[in-house]
Design a binder for this molecule. Structure first.
Ligand code: SF4
Length: 341
């Protein structure tokens, strides 16, 4: 098995799926159409601010999936990337789940296929498979237990020490778990999110030096998570200023923080919710070009189209959904799953 397998990413960006200009009253029309359709609108923290503002609920992937499962609405419109809408469908199989653009993928979820995972499992018979929630339904169906960035350490610690662990797909989160648990029989898939990997240690160090009083909020998928811990360990930045947090954890930490400024190392869409949670704090991106092109494929135009035309509907085969649901349920039972990305 090669740890450097890569998967081609879908072509994304402006012009791939042109739709009409939504006009100035698009948000009111979205709300009216959602009411008529009996739909609840969910938006991930990395969505465009305008999409976040029109949604019923904004949050992280797991939190939104739980809301989807518990919602009374018959239709869920999931403004996020495809694996998130799939997870909502796995947890709410009887509901109609729509995503405004089914081509909104995820480079991290695409970094391992079910065939690659089956081949990896064959090389390590008896190993326990732990998958981050950023995976396709097919990969979840091959997984023993899913995890979020909040409970990845607890999930791995719940596995008997003599059992090998296959951790996928994110190498930075895997390195974080290996470092914290001190476990040597954990094999980590070499996948990465190209957006988070672009937030590197050099950029973080430079930003931290420019603003020595700022706190640092770092998502463990970031390429800089190791650098952040190093900066803390070396005394360059006081350890209590560096917080390794899921996106949900960042919002809790923002509300509790007394800092005047915070450097944020994750996708820049997160800044919108952080500024709403703690308007008195100056939140700044470690890398202001860290914008996920897949998340930004969900536009007001496509949200309107989804509500008008009932597209794009997300389907997960019932047998895959049942197997994936078992792995997701185990994740929810262990520790504080928080919200993951
Ligand atoms: S930011 Fe990265 S992990 Fe998140 S959806 Fe985009 S490509 Fe996937």
């Amino acid at each position: 098995m090669s740890l450097t397998d890569t998967v081609a990413r879908p072509q994304v960006g402006p012009g791939t799926d042109p739709v009409a200009d939504p006009g100035p009253d698009w948000a009111a029309e979205v709300r009216e159409l959602a009411g008529r359709r009996g739909a609840v609108l969910l938006a991930h923290n990395y969505q465009l601010p305008a999409i976040q503002d029109v949604a019923d609920h904004v949050g992280d992937s797991l939190g939104l999936s739980r809301i989807a499962a518990a919602a009374e609405a018959e239709t869920i419109v999931f403004c996020g990337v495809h694996f998130m809408a799939e997870t909502a469908k796995i947890l709410a199989p009887d509901k109609t789940v729509l995503i405004p653009d089914a081509a909104a993928g995820c480079s991290l979820a695409d970094s391992i296929t079910a065939d690659q995972l089956r081949a990896w499992k064959a090389e390590h018979p008896g190993a326990v498979v732990v998958s981050y929630v950023n995976t396709t339904a097919e990969v979840k169906a091959e997984t023993d237990v899913c995890c979020t960035s909040s409970n990845a350490v607890e999930v791995v610690e719940s596995i008997p020490a003599d059992r090998e662990v296959l951790f996928l797909p994110d190498q930075f989160l895997g390195a974080h778990v290996r470092r914290v648990t001190g476990r040597e029989n954990i094999h980590v898939w070499a996948g990465e999110c190209h957006v988070h990997a672009g937030i590197n240690g050099a950029t973080l160090s430079a930003k931290a030096a420019e603003d020595p009083d700022a706190e640092l909020f770092v998502h463990p998928e970031c390429g800089c998570a190791t650098s952040a811990l190093y900066l803390a360990g070396s005394g360059a930045v006081p350890a209590d200023r560096v917080k390794i947090l899921s996106t949900g954890g960042m919002l809790d930490a923002a509300r509790a923080s007394t800092a005047a400024s915070v450097l944020v190392a994750t996708e820049i869409g997160m800044l919108h919710q952080l500024r709403r949670a703690a308007p008195e704090i100056d939140f700044r991106a470690v890398n202001d070009r860290a914008s996920c092109p897949y998340m930004k494929m969900i536009t007001p135009e496509k949200l309107l189209r989804a509500l008008r035309e009932g597209r794009d509907e997300v389907h997960v085969a019932p047998d895959l959904a049942a197997r994936g649901r078992a792995a997701v349920q185990r994740m929810i039972e262990i520790g504080q799953p928080g919200g993951g990305e």
